[in-house]
Ligand binder design. Structure first.
Ligand code: A2P
Length: 272
């Protein structure tokens, strides 16, 4: 569970973390994050949009886990994009989290005409040590190419919707070439894959759950993954994935499920 990938700037990022999208502010997020930290998770992924950063911060505080053992990610929301407004949004997030730095700060979506100024703000936060690593989320190859034309610091991470129905092969290959770590949001396809027959058969063979097989597929593909759960048993289960290995053939049969199907927004047409 403590196994990490080394980002382009040398920072260690856990392969597995807890995602808290749609986890309610207050007790629900506090309990989920505390359960995860108790189960050995060290990486928590939140965002200003999720409106639960305060609860994440409170859970961290109450857990007693040392700050330097944790890897905390948050993101600047679309309406805050722009240079000055991103700097201000970052301070708000940091205050809500009760932290004096984050491990990873992400541009949540590639807002047209804004993300380059937003990126300059992230570069400043990075140079000041307020974010140990910076990255992007929901960027397609053409957005990354556009950003790189002006960037001083290359994004270290790109967090995108990624699961067996949207396996993002082209973006993954591009990211490897660029030295950008890919991270999956909605790795369990928001629950849609948990009755899939192909995955079920593999799960039975390994005496694991379908969720565990999908998480294992991420890890063996070099994808950082942040399954969301608010249930303590499932939080524990999702981290119990380091004692089995999928065969190349099993990986290939999961790869074959790809349909380029998004449950979330399309980064080229989103409008929010
Ligand atoms: P719950 O929070 O009740 O556990 P994603 O990470 O792709 O967004 O998927 C999250 C969804 O999958 C949530 O509905 C979550 O429900 C469910 N989920 C998470 N882990 C498991 C698991 N191990 N088994 C079944 N469902 C799970």
């Amino acid at each position: 569970l403590q196994s990490t990938t080394t980002l382009a700037n040398g920072v260690q990022m856990p392969w597995l973390g807890l995602g808290v999208y749609k986890v309610k502010a207050g007790q629900e997020v506090i309990d989920s994050v505390k359960a995860a930290l108790k189960a050995g998770y060290r990486s928590i992924d939140t965002a200003a949009l999720y409106a639960n950063e305060e609860g994440v911060g409170q859970a961290i505080q109450e857990s007693g886990v040392a700050r330097d053992e944790l890897f905390i990610t948050t993101k600047v929301w679309n309406s805050d994009q722009g240079y000055e407004s991103t700097l201000a949004a970052f301070d708000t997030s940091l205050n809500k989290l009760g932290l004096d730095y984050v491990d990873l700060y992400l541009v949540h979506w590639p807002v047209k005409g804004k993300y380059k100024d937003t990126w300059r703000a992230l570069e400043k936060l990075y140079s000041e040590g307020k974010a140990r690593a910076i990255g992007i989320s929901n960027f397609q190859i053409h957005h990354i190419e556009d950003l790189l034309a002006d960037a001083t610091v290359k994004p270290m991470v790109n967090q995108v919707e990624l699961h067996p129905l949207l396996s993002q092969v082209e973006l993954r290959e591009y990211s490897i070439k660029q030295g950008i770590q890919i991270e999956a949001w909605a790795p369990l396809a928001q629950g849609h894959l948990l009755d899939n027959e192909v995955i079920k058969e593999i799960a039975l063979k390994h005496n694991k759950s379908l969720a565990q097989v999908i998480i294992r597929w991420d890890l063996q593909n070099g994808i950082v993954t942040i399954p969301k759960s608010t249930n303590e048993q499932r939080i524990i289960q999702n981290a119990d994935v380091f004692d089995f290995e999928l065969s190349a053939q099993e990986i290939a049969s999961i790869d074959a499920l790809n349909q380029n199907h998004r449950f979330g927004s399309n980064p080229d047409t989103f409008n929010f």
